[in-house]
Write a protein that binds this ligand. Structure first.
Ligand SMILES: [Zn+2]
Length: 164
């Protein structure tokens, strides 16, 4: 992951340090899924695009419940969590045809968790040459535009996939 140059992540680190409350609790409650890049709502978990992506299509699978560790998830939350992970991989394969994926959970700040109090699974699609897949842009304003485009693409494809 360190090999992807994503300078806009610096802003993320700064923003997250100041943020009050929990962004992963707040976003689904706002009822504005498109603006918040929420792609899918399951019974127990939702999919949100990472606003400071390592790569296009960087998704996070998140339980609605504010829990910090895997042990706190109920069996049903856990089952659905990884079902949604599986479907997200299928979705990303269909839409972006990546060469591989990084899928992971950071538990605790020391492990690199940006939002350490609310468990989430990252899915980052990878391409052979993805260090320069996304043209590196110092101007972070370009990211929201790219995000909106990616959201539209994934959202369109997602509607077909959940019924499979
Ligand atoms: Zn939370």
């Amino acid at each position: 992951m360190e090999h992807i140059w994503a300078p806009w992540r610096m802003e993320y680190v700064e923003v997250m340090g100041k943020e009050e409350g929990c962004i992963l609790c707040d976003k689904p409650k706002q009822g504005n899924d498109a603006a918040n890049y929420i792609l899918y709502r399951g019974d127990k978990n939702f999919i949100i695009m990472n606003a400071y992506p390592y790569n296009p299509g960087h998704l996070m699978i998140v339980p609605y419940r504010h829990v910090a560790s895997l042990e706190e998830l109920t069996a049903e939350e856990l089952r659905e969590h990884f079902e949604v992970v599986r479907r997200s991989v299928r979705l990303l394969k269909q839409v972006f045809n990546p060469d591989g994926f990084n899928i992971g959970i950071n538990l605790g700040k020391v492990a690199g968790a940006g939002i350490e109090k609310h468990l989430h699974t990252h899915i980052v699609p990878r391409w052979q040459a993805d260090t320069n897949f996304m043209p590196v842009i110092a101007n972070t304003k370009v990211i929201p535009e790219a995000m909106a485009k990616t959201y539209k693409k994934l959202k369109g494809a997602a509607s077909n996939l959940w019924s499979v």
